[in-house]
Ligand binder design. Structure first.
Ligand code: PLP
Length: 448
């Protein structure tokens, strides 16, 4: 087969592919190759991937160890149904249980991505507790299958709700410290935590705790702007769950796999969830894979009751082989240590941008999981793009970054900085300089 030109690739995409979350027919960059933190278009233009695509290419592009593992598995056995025992499936399940903590977790249900990991976690929680309701945050995203979309809080759920709001999905407001008018001082964080926990406690009381199967939360909200919770908030939510016999499901789809400097982001908090959902980083996005890690109690329950979940490709051998290789890569190369070290570069740099740039309201960073909230006015905290309003400012800023070879994404007024976790200090500093320049340009263009 002859290779297509960049123009032909772009044309096919524009004409035939339904592009997610977008109007159709818009031009897309035709990508010829990718390596490490970079990808290239057919004209040889290089882009630094400062979002790890959709915060999933955690190990950079074309990690050789993972690619080799996929090739080996493809030669050996591409597919065997989920009911058979196969080496990479069992190996990966054990590896993930060990990372989560074998004293508390026992079994893994494999899915194909993040949405269906949440979908199945919801089903497991309902079946296990015999309760219907799922509580989740407005400031969240959990996926785009029906259940995971109904559980999502941001406006991406609206299209799903045109068929009628789903029964037994209840949202509560989770804190966004800066947007809610709080500062990152000890007193303000404590006040913020108290306020939001009191509201949640009331909401649980009014919903009826005996009707609530689970609280589903991103361990740190990702796509809605890396919302690092105020101190004590996550522990408070876990306690409310525990006191009311409600399961806690931590969504680690974006936050997991060393992104925050721990293999799972909930490990930064003093809590242990009952179910963990994961995807993206488990294979470094080389092959689609997701899943649900279940506590010992829930795992034991399903020794007595058949699991009411199943997928043809659950534990697909190719995906699990990639999962074993990638997960082992994080551990063998101390990616968490590297991330913590580079947090020491990224966090102060972004905080300094927030001091110096008129358009940066707040910088948030844990590990290599970071976002800036952009504003037009720092004094009033007026956002660059208020919630669910279309204005051209943020797209213009992203386009300017892209023009300068810095690729990232963000929602509303947030600009995410989530590079591949294998980025070097020099590469990071080089890209921070580009971001700095574009912020200076945005200060002049948009700020009062
Ligand atoms: N959960 C979170 C926290 C996510 O960020 C995403 C996707 O970005 C999902 C779930 C859905 O995952 P997927 O797109 O793999 O279905």
């Amino acid at each position: 087969m002859t290779r297509l030109t960049g123009e032909e690739v772009a044309h096919l995409h524009e004409q035939y592919v339904l592009q997610p979350w977008a109007k159709q027919g818009a031009p897309a960059i035709p990508v010829e190759r990718a390596e490490g933190i970079y990808f290239w278009d057919y004209d040889g233009n290089r882009y630094a991937d400062m979002s790890s695509q959709m915060v999933c290419s955690n190990l950079g592009h074309q990690n050789k160890v993972v690619v080799e593992a996929i090739k080996r598995q493809a030669d050996e056995l591409c597919y065997i149904a989920p009911s058979f025992a196969v080496e990479p499936r069992g190996r990966l399940a054990k590896l993930l249980v060990d990372i989560a903590g074998a004293d508390h977790f026992q079994r893994v249900f494999f899915t194909l991505g993040g949405s269906d990991s949440n979908e199945n976690a919801i089903e497991i929680a309902r079946f296990y507790t015999g309760r219907p309701k799922i509580l989740s945050c407005y400031r969240s995203y959990h996926g785009s299958t029906l259940g995971s979309a109904f559980a999502s809080g941001d406006w991406r759920r609206f299209a799903y709700e045109t068929g009628g709001a789903a029964p037994s999905f209840v949202h509560f407001l989770n804190p966004s410290v800066y947007e809610d008018g709080f500062d990152r001082t000890e007193e303000d964080e404590a006040r913020c935590t108290r306020q939001y926990l009191r509201q949640l406690e009331e909401q649980i009381r009014y919903e009826g705790p005996e009707t609530i199967a689970a609280v589903l939360m991103e361990s740190i909200v990702g796509a809605n702007g890396v919302l690092i919770p105020p101190k004590g908030y996550m522990e408070g939510v876990a306690k409310l769950c525990h006191d009311n016999g409600i399961l806690l499901i931590c969504d680690e789809v974006m936050a997991g796999f060393a992104r925050s400097g721990k293999m799972f982001t909930w490990q930064n908090f003093d809590l242990v969830p009952d179910l963990i959902t994961f995807a993206k980083g488990v294979t470094g996005a080389t092959v689609p894979l997701g899943g649900v890690i279940a506590s010992k109690e829930i795992s034991a329950f399903f020794e007595e009751h058949p699991l009411p979940c199943g997928l043809t490709y659950s534990g697909h051998p190719l995906a699990c082989a990639a999962g074993v290789a990638a997960t082992q890569y994080y551990l063998d190369n101390d990616i968490c240590g590297h991330v913590k070290q580079l947090e020491g570069v990224l966090k102060p740099a972004l905080e300094e941008f927030a001091q110096r740039h008129a358009c940066v309201g707040e910088a948030r960073c844990i590990g290599l999981f970071a976002a800036l909230t952009l504003v037009v006015d720092k004094n009033t905290r007026e956002l660059m793009a208020p919630y669910h309003t279309a204005n051209g400012r943020m797209p213009t800023i992203f386009a300017e970054l892209k023009r300068r070879g810095f690729y990232t994404f963000g929602r509303e007024s947030n600009l995410n900085v989530c590079p591949p976790l294998i980025i070097t200090e020099d590469e990071l500093r080089e890209q921070l300089a580009v971001l700095d320049d574009v912020l200076t340009w945005a200060d002049r263009k948009f700020c009062n």
